[in-house]
Design a binder for this molecule. Sequence first.
Ligand SMILES: C[S@@+](CC[C@H](N)C(=O)[O-])C[C@H]1O[C@@H](n2cnc3c(N)ncnc32)[C@H](O)[C@@H]1O
Length: 438
Amino acid sequence: MSNASLKTDSLAFCLHGAAQAVAAVKSGAALPQALARIFAASAAPAQARGAIQDISYRAMRHLGRAEALLAAMTSKAPEPALLHGLLCCALALISDPDVPAADAPYNAFTVVDQAVTAAASDLSIAHAKGMVNAVLRRFLREREALLQQVLHNPVAQWNYPAWWIDAIKSTYPGDWQAILAAGNALPPLTLRVNCRKIAVADYLHSLSEQGIAATQVGPFALRLAQAVPVNRIPGFEQGQVSVQDAAAQLAAPLLDLQAGMRVLDACAAPGGKTGHILECADVDLLALDSDSRRLPRIDENLQRLQLHAELKVGDAGARDWWDGRAFDRILADVPCTASGIVRRHPDIRWLRRKADAGQLAKVAQGILDNLWSMLRPGGKLLFVTCSLWPQESEAQAAAFAVRNQAIRLPAPGQLLPTANTLYDRDGLFYALFQKAPE
Ligand SMILES: C[S@@+](CC[C@H](N)C(=O)[O-])C[C@H]1O[C@@H](n2cnc3c(N)ncnc32)[C@H](O)[C@@H]1O
């Protein structure tokens, strides 16, 4: 797919890049990996990368509506996938019913013009530039009627697959609309203050001195009023703060850590919770992850924080990496569908299948039972998921407690994702277990 004739500072170039990303997600790729491949293969400067990322993330949050509009205006699905992706990106940008045209982040006529230019620039879809022009201009002309027509369909209204909407509705009958809406909101930038380096009040003060507004949303959690690039966060390079959602910041304090304890962080990469554990207490920490490509991320995080853990590649469901010495504390932040963090990863809803929760729950069950045998009597295991599906969370926790005669200690349980300024967090699940003392 070539777009060499497009200027890299044009919207057409960015729409073309985002269309490639949407096409990749439709064929099963995760959006961050798809974008990394597109950036590696193109000469996109930093600003264009930012715009391509912005457009493709918006497209994920508005894909249900964009595809419904496309279906209403075409007799058969546009092919190839790049053409479908381009039309979806353009429609996602110009069809938000909650945003008046005057407030839209992208001017609708410019989007249409630039989408046609993007189509014309690429030999694989140049033949369809007239169709791109006709479809998008028809949408602008008949916007209200077309929106009214498609928004009856819950997929177009909520921008999730139908099975996902049904599952959230039946699991959370009182909160389903708020949960779906929270998953479509832009996630905040939340920081965790490293209490080894600076007090929360002092850090807040230094933020306000630099004109950065923030609200405290947890003991160490500060939500910035506006996101800033990581390299412009004061004290970030010096390890004064890390980027971490307020819900994820609950893990380390729940572990009830004391100096000298032997602790296992069993599914540790990229090390967000690893760093917080070490900020909280001087423990002997083993950080394990089965993905060797993700382990260096833990190392980078710990180097920045000037903290130390032993890092190992290993399967938390196996025993070959274990030296036989029991752990005082175990954090099991197991692999899951990530259905509770869709506001940060809006592609997940389109990538997951209904059966995934059951399959991942089986893997997690193997990990939990295996880790339990590595915990000392009287020790504690904290089970965490970022899922909203009970099969992966509460049902898993309840069955685990029965199977292993584990004592269940107080923990937050299922946190529902919320998006308001005072209390803002991802949808994580926490269950805490203690092994009976001998
Ligand atoms: C939810 S993420 C962990 C996030 C991390 N705890 C943090 O706070 O930054 C789950 C991690 O589990 C790892 N993983 C998946 N299966 C695993 C297994 N069988 N054993 C160990 N790690 C595994 C994945 O590579 C992934 O890095």
